[in-house]
Design a protein around this ligand. Structure first.
Ligand SMILES: [Zn+2]
Length: 640
């Protein structure tokens, strides 16, 4: 490290100590972002670093970079949708094997589509995938070990012709049943893998399907393996009647036990996932993903149409529709599938009391450059009203700007699993120098279009419920939580009241108070009222230098107390809303410098500073039990 850099680091340390009244010399060593490759050299987490760069696209996080070292392979064989198997009439023209795409109807080169991971290169439509090809897509070569392949054939209702139908399906597909289960490795990490194949009686759920899934999940619990299940199904198997229905309860109960054992259960919904499977094991994932364009629903679209006598809207029951409605975490493209699985495996390997499991040799060292330093010197301290105005500026750096400099990679998770995905709150999992962290961040938007989309960072009840869902999941898997707060308040409107805005906020306060993992809350801009507090019940609460936090806006305060909202400036001075005031009142523990104002120029510096401080926070809470952490948080708020 050069002397100049040494000086910069020293400068920062002093600046920081001035704000917080403490001074800790910075440790030696520099940033070693280059050595960020995963343990097996796959660089999986680094590849995801671009996840935040891709703008406001809702699916961006699930579409990180291409998966490492994975070649499209396998014999040219498509499954279902009359693709390749039966309807395709091969016309051998100059060795090009043409097949008809079931999505766009065009004749496409089969080999080329296979290389494209069974995606039509004309319309980007996804073909259904056979078991063996799916295994090739996600498992390390030759690591898949099938389980329970010789379950006896049963005909519980003695249904006429059922045995023959099963024999026919077995003959046609070469499979013993509609689901294949077993164990395999993903970039060296062992998982239990289950895959449904639509060619086998539309992957309907009979006794054997339910039994294989249940037995495999029980075995995964014994062997302490995370479970990944590729779902597709036409629903119940009619020939098995009520016994088929019982499989829904049976598989769900096994998943409950797996969860109680603290193991991860993930589902990937593929085209089509409907009926009893949707209403049981498909929708119970800790993480639920789907392939683009997949049909997912409980009742089939034709049945719904007949029942209500109406046309269904465009895109109804697609994966995209489900993400928008908050039902699934995200949509994952095939080229990112294996890498996403690996990300999820690594993100769920935290252990209690170990919250600072950083990649060795990745000591982070914050450094300040000359331009920022100069800007810092020029800047005059702001008064309360100036701060109020500063944090409302649309150019003010957002949580996503800082996150880019704090986390190696970040994958967003959508939805409250019941109503809608609220874009005002971004949630997901990030890696902080190798340590997985659940991140919650209010996000206002960067331009008019995004601001409208994100409702100017004013969350709806479903936004708070999404945050809570992700925080509870963090607790289940011993993952620490970092929450960035930047909202003028919870959304005020008819829909918000209809869906219980008050209840949603109250529920978060109650649940957050008892979380058994470290929770760090950072106010980066506006902190308005209960809407801000709803994601700010932390073991520690920090604020950026110019951030504000108040019971309501100065305008609101002035109009209630003095019946004159134009006296907002005056109100801001007496409300004690600045970071410096709040530190005196012990509402916050730490103030983070802004180096002259939080904008695109200083985001990197502030992010670097935050990263160093967050790492320190995680270090301090390591070694504490879940109970101790929750008790400390209880005492923190008990004091007020
Ligand atoms: Zn096509």
């Amino acid at each position: 490290m050069s002397l100049l850099k040494e000086k910069r680091a020293e400068f920062f340390a002093k600046k920081f100590s001035k704000l917080n009244g403490s001074y800790t010399p910075l440790p030696g060593g520099g940033t070693t972002k280059e050595s960020a490759a995963g343990a097996d050299g796959t660089k999986a987490s680094d590849d995801g670093a671009s996840a935040l760069d891709n703008g406001a696209d809702g699916t961006r996080a699930w579409d990180a970079a291409a998966e490492p070292g994975q070649k499209a392979g396998g014999e040219p064989a498509f499954a279902g949708q009359d693709m390749g198997d039966k309807s395709a009439e091969p016309s051998a023209v100059k060795d090009v094997y043409l097949i008809k795409c079931p999505k766009c109807g065009k004749m496409v080169d089969r080999d080329r589509a296979v290389k494209h991971k069974y995606i039509c290169y004309e319309c980007q439509g996804y073909f259904r995938v056979r078991v063996n090809n799916r295994i090739r897509m996600v498992a390390d070569p030759h690591t898949f070990e099938p389980w329970f392949t010789d379950m006896p054939v049963r005909n519980p209702l003695a249904f006429e012709g059922y045995e023959e139908k099963l024999a026919e399906a077995r003959e046609k597909t070469g499979l013993d049943e509609a689901v294949t289960v077993g164990k395999c490795k993903v970039f060296g990490e062992e998982i239990m893998l289950g895959i449904c194949d639509a060619r086998f009686m539309m992957a309907s759920m009979g006794h054997t399907v339910g039994e294989k899934i249940t037995a495999a999940i029980e075995r995964a619990a014994d062997e302490r393996l995370p479970v990944f299940l590729f779902c597709c199904s036409g629903g119940a198997r009619m020939q098995e009647g009520i016994i088929s229905l019982m499989q829904m309860a049976k598989t769900s109960a096994a998943i409950r036990r797996l969860g109680d054992a603290g193991l991860l259960y993930c589902t990937i919904l593929t085209d089509p996932t409907t009926g009893g499977v949707t209403a049981s094991f498909a929708m119970l994932g800790d993480v639920i993903m789907a392939e683009p364009g997949a049909l997912i629903g409980f009742a089939g679209p034709r049945v719904i149409k007949q029942t209500i006598g109406q046309e269904l809207p465009e895109g109804f029951q697609t994966a995209e529709f489900l993400q928008e409605h908050g039902i699934i975490d995200g949509i994952v493209k095939r080229e990112n599938l294996k890498k996403t699985l690996y990300f999820l495996i690594k993100a769920h390997q935290c252990r209690e009391k170990q919250y600072a499991d950083f990649t060795p040799g990745r000591e982070f060292r914050f450094e300040l450059n000359e331009i920022i330093k100069e800007q810092q010197w020029k800047e005059k301290p702001k008064n309360a009203w100036e701060k109020v105005k500063a944090v409302r500026r649309v150019e003010r750096a957002s949580a996503l700007d800082y996150m880019e400099h704090i986390f190696d990679c970040f994958v967003e998770a959508h939805g409250d699993r019941s109503f809608r995905d609220d874009p005002a709150i971004v949630g997901g999992i990030g890696f902080l120098d190798g340590q997985p962290v659940t991140v919650i961040a209010e996000h206002k938007g960067k331009d008019i279009r995004e601001c409208q989309e994100r409702n100017y960072g004013m969350p709806m009840p479903e936004g708070y419920r999404k945050a809570l869902r992700l925080m509870k999941q963090a607790e289940k898997f011993h993952r620490p939580i970092v929450s960035f707060i930047n909202t003028s308040g919870a959304f005020c409107g008819i829909e918000a009241e209809e869906r219980g805005q008050g209840e949603a906020i109250a529920r978060n306060l109650l649940e957050m108070s008892a979380l058994k993992v470290p929770v760090l809350c950072i106010f980066i801009g506006e902190g308005g009222s209960g809407g801000a507090l709803a994601t700010a019940v932390g073991n520690e609460v920090w604020m950026l230098e110019n951030a504000t936090y108040s019971i309501l806006s100065p305008e609101g305060f002035a109009s209630i107390l003095w019946k004159d909202s134009s006296r907002a400036k005056e109100a801001s001075e007496v409300m004690r809303i600045t970071a410096q005031d709040l530190k005196q009142l012990h509402v916050v523990e730490k103030i983070i410098p802004e180096f002259g104002g939080a904008d695109s120029k200083t985001a990197e510096a502030i992010g670097g500073c935050l990263k160093e401080q967050i790492k320190d926070f995680l270090q301090r809470y390591s070694g504490m039990s879940g109970e101790e952490i929750a008790a400390q948080r209880y005492e923190r708020f008990r004091r007020f």
